[in-house]
Design a protein around this ligand. Structure first.
Ligand code: ZN
Length: 321
């Protein structure tokens, strides 16, 4: 079947629109236990499309362009959250081949062998023998894992149980999980190393702040939130020798995960831009401390183009007050 030709003829006229896309990992090959993550082949198609039809900028440069009213009608940023090693090993060569630069928001506490709890759950379930995972002894239930669909269900159930615990309690429960059902070979190379981070920065990618421990800012006191932001930023600056100009709020939902006081704090700390996870596009006059982003999904490039257009038509989200 032939795909319909990609077209952006319906792109909103008038003012420039800045589309900021959220990625996390780029897998070398599709992984049935990570169905939401993009693989190298699809990422390549998306980067090719974006580099043909959009001016691709880093977030800090795009924010400066918005401020100075010199953005083209179709501008876009490719952003990666959290600091995965495959941003360097898989995504960077694809971006470089298309002359594209990205912005990578790094939670510094996971550099050099760290693992986020959501990844620990996936890699744990991958390594458990079926057909039943019995975690009732630690209050985490019994989960059938005989099929891939069941494993996906088990992963989601365990992630939900852990997601809303306070960070320290969550870490302790992950430890109990790994003690209750020991598995071997959990990966220690999912996140960037210092050397990979420096190489990304030297290659022209922007490195942005994302706190130290990926803690949601609204769960912290103002002092602790500031410390998470500032410590992470200073660490990144010392690794790259370059200023950290932009920031991604962990989780990123306006009002729930950050509020106007955090935007003011970032401004006070010298940041130039911050991104949320509300959908929409930024336009001249948008608040540079809550630039909207959206997550592209699905395998069809025609749908990818249509979704970008639909997102652009949403306009800019309302500011938090
Ligand atoms: Zn994140």
């Amino acid at each position: 079947m032939l795909l319909a030709p990609l077209s952006l003829l319906g792109w909103p006229r008038g003012e420039p629109a800045l589309s900021i896309l959220i990625y996390h990992r780029v897998l070398p090959e599709p992984d049935p236990l990570r169905p939401g993550e993009i693989d190298a082949a699809l990422f390549e198609s998306q980067v090719q499309f974006l580099s043909q039809h959009f001016e691709l900028l880093t977030v800090a440069d795009a924010a400066a362009g918005l401020r100075d009213r010199r953005l083209p009608r179709r501008a876009a940023c490719i952003t990666f959250d959290d600091g995965y090693a495959d941003n360097w090993t898989v995504a960077h060569p694809i971006l470089a081949a298309h002359g594209a630069r990205s912005t990578i928001f790094v939670a510094t506490g996971f550099l050099n062998g760290g693992r986020m709890f959501s990844d620990t759950v996936i890699e744990f379930v991958r390594r458990c023998a079926g057909p039943m995972l019995d975690l009732s002894a630690i209050g985490m239930g019994r989960h059938p894992i005989g099929t891939t669909a069941e494993r996906l269900q088990a992963i989601s159930a365990l992630q939900v149980q852990l997601k809303y615990l306070p960070p320290q309690e969550r870490d302790a429960q992950v430890e109990r999980l790994l003690a209750a059902q020991p598995v071997s070979g959990l990966p220690a190379d999912l996140m960037l190393s210092d050397a990979q981070l420096r190489q990304l920065s030297d290659a022209g990618h922007e490195i942005g702040g994302h706190t130290v421990n990926h803690t949601v800012l609204t769960t912290l006191s103002p002092e602790d939130a500031r410390m998470q932001v500032q410590t992470g930023r200073d660490h990144l600056q010392s690794l790259t020798g370059r200023p950290v100009r932009s920031f991604a709020y962990p989780n990123g939902r306006p009002e729930r995960d950050y509020d106007a006081s955090h935007a003011a704090m970032l401004r006070d700390l010298g940041f130039e831009a911050a991104v949320s996870t509300s959908a929409g596009v930024a336009r001249p006059g948008s608040d540079p401390f809550q630039l909207p982003r959206y997550t592209p999904w699905g395998r069809s490039m025609t749908m990818f183009a249509m979704r970008m257009m639909r997102n652009a038509r949403m306009g800019a989200p309302a500011a938090v007050v």
